[in-house]
Ligand binder design. Sequence first.
Ligand code: XMP
Length: 526
Amino acid sequence: MNNIHDQRLLIVDFGSQYTQLIARRIRECGVFCEIYPFDITEEFVREFAPHGIILSGGPESVTDGQTARIPTNLLQLGVPVLGICYGMQAMAAQLQGEVQTSDQREFGHAKIHQVVRSELLSALDFSNCDGVDVWMSHGDKVMHVPAGFVVTAQTSSAPIAAMEDPDRHLYGVQFHPEVTHTQSGGMLLQRFAKDICGCDGKWTPANIVDDAITRVRQQVGDDQVILGLSGGVDSSVVAALLARAIDDQLTCIFVDNGLLRHEERAEVEAAFSAESGVGNTLPLKVITVAAQDEFLDKLKGVEDPETKRKIIGATFIDVFDREAKKIEGVKWLAQGTIYPDVIESAASKYGKAHVIKSHHNVGGLPERMALGLVEPLRELFKDEVRKIGLHLGLPHSLVFRHPFPGPGLGVRILGEVKATYAQVLRQADFIFIEELRKADLYDKVSQAFAVYLPVSSVGVVGDARRYEHVIALRAVETIDFMTARSARLPYEFIELVSNRIINEIDSISRVVYDISSKPPATIEWE
Ligand code: XMP
């Protein structure tokens, strides 16, 4: 078998906000890599057997004696090492070069110029004498390179912007090749991963799918597997993958909680129907559970957002558990856990200051059901999950659908959830999304939705005054959903959506657009 994990890079995390981006760029070159914290042991690294190592940036200063250090032997393994920003400074300091804290932080765009020909930097085009655009974000500077190193690039304010010791295969760049502001930064990382570390491009959607199929088959044998299918990208891709791997040993359970978006249930059913071609030889087995009343009954009279979330989560577990028990011989529960979830929960064990989302896929289920877990997306970033989804034949509209929270419309109806409110919200949300698609704006925003505000606001219809409820529209732009800003949608567009909502939905008299940023506001309203 073509083992796609044989060639791999190790990314040592010093806490930079860009560490995951480094890994994503390396994967985009077709090379597998994994992120581990800086305090890994030498044995771990030997066992991991990387073809190359990348040291990430980080918020600290190497001039402070207490801060993170590279396990020194990493620099003596004979494996190529690339230090980025803090990674370069740590390399310089630990190999007896000199690093100083400067009074002025260099942040933002800068131009680098080549000093001597470099194996690594030849990936960049220096033919323009203006230099190459790079992204800088550092306070400290390397003042003297260690013995054996040469300076390969400089900027007007950093005389040592890159360095290398080609004999020992050690490289350092002060700038961030992983961010898109650095011109051809991806080419530089590719030069490192492929030419310098000698990795081929085996990490492709087709190979990832083949590998996942083989592993799932080995893991579950002839056992039955269940999966909670939500219509979101991750669970849909797991379903499509398992359909290929284990055919009719998989049963998906789709719970209609009454808090879904317009036509969501029909879309999921269509995506996995016999005609869709997503399964292997058979249509996917999907059990749809109509549990709208059960959810709405439990939510009756409940206004507190956290209580609502808890009720929705617990009811989901009840319903899922009940349905699963009806299926003979189930031994495994499949989940759409993805790599960022794995990194974040590992980082929290190390006490790092990562922000951890409080929600989880189907939290509580595995313990309660005493099933083994099948998590075929555990190694993948979201963009890789999407590529695999397309490779497996899932429709573009499903693969690139905006995220939707587990509690669904339950956290988009402020206060008490009622079936009538949910119906109105579905309609308003659908109008907004439909117009975004028509105006070619849907894929330009990261997430967009409507929120139901059950406050009475006056409207005039004919000669009569009416007090009706309000819809808020929310659209955000974000990279990681940890911070976000409201999308600058054209005024005419928002006005068009507002007119349609008010004209087409009797019980809405007013539409507002939410312009708050996260932080301090969150993306969802509850
Ligand atoms: P907030 O509102 O925290 O949302 O800024 C960040 C992102 O997470 C989604 N979200 C959830 N997703 N279960 C989920 O699966 C949840 O309970 C949940 N709450 C928020 C939200 O839609 C946004 O994309």
